[in-house]
Design a protein around this ligand. Structure first.
Ligand SMILES: Cc1cc2nc3c(=O)[nH]c(=O)nc-3n(C[C@H](O)[C@H](O)[C@H](O)COP(=O)(O)OP(=O)(O)OC[C@H]3O[C@@H](n4cnc5c(N)ncnc54)[C@H](O)[C@@H]3O)c2cc1C
Length: 399
């Protein structure tokens, strides 16, 4: 019995290790196109840029650990095709590898700007360790860095770069920071950190052209021109689902999978950020978070061994900027009333629905409240604004 896993990132590693824990006898082959053993990406836009070589949370295992677990780790191998009728994968180097079951854990790639000039060597993106090293090598005092996109990665890079002495301008076509993942009152706090640090934030500002000159990049925006030495494009990610599309699997902005990771093809599973996972409400959602890459493989590994342990978890992710830790739990979309509970510099911002139930929360430097809030959100009981705002009532008393 051989399981082949395509993609040696966080979800691929987790699937391989969990599978080994469940099945001592199976052959497990983990194929990755990068040359690094699996690593977790969050430190790439944080500690690595600030100069830490081996931050905690980057490499979860030494390369030797894979051999010890009898996981065959083949690096520098790009899978070019899945031959479903023959149950084989083909690498770009011409290898043809048979499988009994297959896991696609190919993650996502940085979205590119569809503009002339975007292929200039001074236009970078940040997805891999190689990208992080290339960016860090260029950040130096006085460098004029423009960042396209005020999402999580764009703002983490802006924070690191300004701390390294760069002059930073963020160009965002929306009207605020991190619009996809935090409510406006949290965005306002995050924007204030950046402005205090000297970052220029330009909202409602669409980048329309890149004019590379010999000494500078001229960036033409809907609000005027910006001159930069380097442009970081951080405008979102695109799932690496082409292999699945060519293999005839059902794909819609990610590989459609049930809560156990099963795709439309019985022996093929999807893990991590490339999967668009069926939720209990019937909708399929794709999450670009560490949490999903870490925990959804539990369901995949179990399903590979014939046990159903559907993945269902309250969405959670975090960002670190200027020494502040921001944790984002549950829903943060339209229709919620946001209230703030602040104690000694620690903030809990709670999103209430019309019945007064907490549906989402954002914590600033207040990670200890994540556990009670998970329980409060899961319980789905109306708690009332006054009790939630009462500083003499601890959140853990309400769950
Ligand atoms: C810079 C950065 C910072 C982040 N910070 C945070 C954070 O603070 N908090 C948070 O919650 N989340 C964060 N995330 C998101 C989180 O790390 C990702 O969602 C997670 O990496 C997804 O893991 P994955 O294994 O699904 O995909 P990946 O980690 O992308 O792994 C997929 C692997 O498959 C390889 N691959 C693709 N195609 C092929 C092929 N055809 N053949 C072989 N190999 C292939 C890829 O090269 C890659 O190595 C961050 C992401 C980035 C990029």
């Amino acid at each position: 019995m051989r399981t082949v896993i395509i993609g040696a990132g966080q979800a691929g590693r987790r699937t391989a290790e969990l599978l080994r824990g469940l099945d001592a006898g199976r052959e497990i082959l983990l194929l990755g196109d990068e040359n690094e053993p699996p690593y977790d990406r969050p430190p790439l836009s944080k500690e690595i840029l600030l100069g830490e070589e081996q931050p905690r949370g980057l490499m979860q295992r030494e390369a030797a650990a894979y051999g010890e677990q009898r996981i065959d780790l083949w690096l520098g191998r790009r899978v070019a095709r899945i031959d479903v009728p023959a149950a084989r994968v083909e690498t770009s180097g011409g290898e043809s590898i048979p499988y009994d079951s297959l896991v696609i854990a190919t993650g996502a790639r940085a979205r590119v700007l569809p503009l002339a000039g975007a292929d200039d060597p001074r236009v970078l993106s940040l997805r891999s360790m190689a990208d992080a090293r290339a960016l860090r090598a260029r950040l130096r005092p006085g460098l004029r860095l423009a960042v396209a996109g005020a999402g999580l990665i764009g703002l983490e890079v802006a924070a690191a770069a300004v701390q390294l002495g760069c002059t930073v301008t963020v160009l965002e076509m929306g009207d605020r920071a991190m619009a996809r993942c935090v409510p406006p009152l949290i965005a306002a706090r995050i924007e204030a950190w950046h402005r205090e640090a000297g970052v220029a934030l330009e909202f409602a500002c669409r980048l329309t052209a890149i004019r590379p000159g010999p000494d500078t990049l001229r960036l033409i925006t809907s609000r005027g021109e910006v001159e930069a030495d380097l442009l970081l494009v951080a405008i979102g990610a695109v799932p690496n689902a082409e292999l699945a599309i060519e293999a005839g699997l059902a794909v819609e902005d990610g590989i459609l999978a049930d809560a156990c990771g099963r795709t439309s093809q019985a022996e093929i599973f999807a893990a991590g950020e490339v999967a668009r996972i069926r939720q209990s409400c019937g909708r399929h959602l794709r999450f670009e978070t560490w949490q999903v890459a870490q925990h959804q493989p539990v369901a995949v590994a179990n399903a590979l061994c014939g046990a159903d342990k559907p993945y269902a978890e309250l969405p959670w992710h975090w960002t670190d900027q200027y020494g502040h830790n921001v944790q984002i739990l549950g829903a943060h979309g339209e229709g919620l009333e946001w209230i703030e509970r602040e104690e000694g510099g620690r903030l809990a911002c709670l999103g209430l629905d019309a019945e007064g139930r907490v549906q989402g929360a954002v914590l600033i430097d207040n990670g200890r409240e994540a556990t009670p809030l998970r329980r409060i959100i899961a319980a789905g009981k109306p708690l009332g604004r006054d009790r939630l705002l009462d500083p003499s009532v601890a959140l853990r008393q309400l769950c």
